[in-house]
Design a protein around this ligand. Structure first.
Ligand code: IMP
Ligand code: MG
Length: 181
């Protein structure tokens, strides 16, 4: 199948990572997590909206007992120097003494993940692991540990397989990158 350019909001995107490459990598990531967390009945925590596609594939490739929960991160306008603070919205599960595996679509500056991991660790889990399908190492601005990385990519804007541009393009089965004119 010849993947084509796509256009959203007047911006053109070109094919970047196709569905076969995604599937192969996601299956490998599931095996890595099975190796580390296969016998502890981990609680996967999917960060909505962007990670829904990745979470669906990763969770079904995990061949041991496990649970899944879904959260949204709520942004608040901070005051003074606090900046944009994110808060967990919707995690009702008790994670005390559980192994938690966060499923995120992409780590960019890392601020979202840093805050999320801190908030989860405050709830006394055994450990918090992070699985991110994509990671932009050149954009990282804070100290955050990603245990399972799908693809390290350049600091370019991407869409598809859950990732959006103004809520569009999440349903593309492949990942696309903004075309450089
Ligand atoms: P961070 O706090 O800068 O790491 O932001 C992470 C969030 O920004 C992700 O969960 C995405 O929602 C969004 N994001 C970062 N890079 C991209 C991208 O290339 N395409 C779509 N969304 C992105
Ligand atoms: Mg996201």
């Amino acid at each position: 199948m010849q993947a084509k350019e796509v256009t959203y909001n007047g911006l053109t995107f070109v094919p970047f990572i196709n569905r076969e490459q995604i599937a192969a990598r996601v299956n490998k990531m599931a095996k890595e997590i099975m190796r580390d967390c296969g016998d502890v009945n981990p609680l996967f925590v999917c960060v909505l909206n962007g990670a829904f596609a990745f979470a669906s594939d990763l969770f079904r490739a995990f061949e041991y007992d496990a649970e899944i929960a879904f959260i949204r991160l709520k942004s608040y306008d901070g005051t003074g120097t606090t900046g944009n603070v994110k808060q967990i919205h919707g995690l009702t599960e008790d994670i005390t003494n559980r192994t938690v595996v966060v499923i995120e679509d992409i780590v960019d500056t890392g601020f979202t993940m840093k805050r999320l991991v801190e908030d989860l660790k405050a709830k006394n889990p055994t450990q918090v692991k992070v699985a991110s399908l994509l990671y932009k190492p050149e954009s990282l601005q804070c100290d955050v540990n990603i245990d399972y990385v799908g693809f390290a990519i350049p600091s370019k804007f991407i869409i598809g397989y859950g990732l959006d541009l103004d809520e569009q393009a999440r349903n593309l089965p492949d990942i696309y990158v903004l075309k450089e004119e």
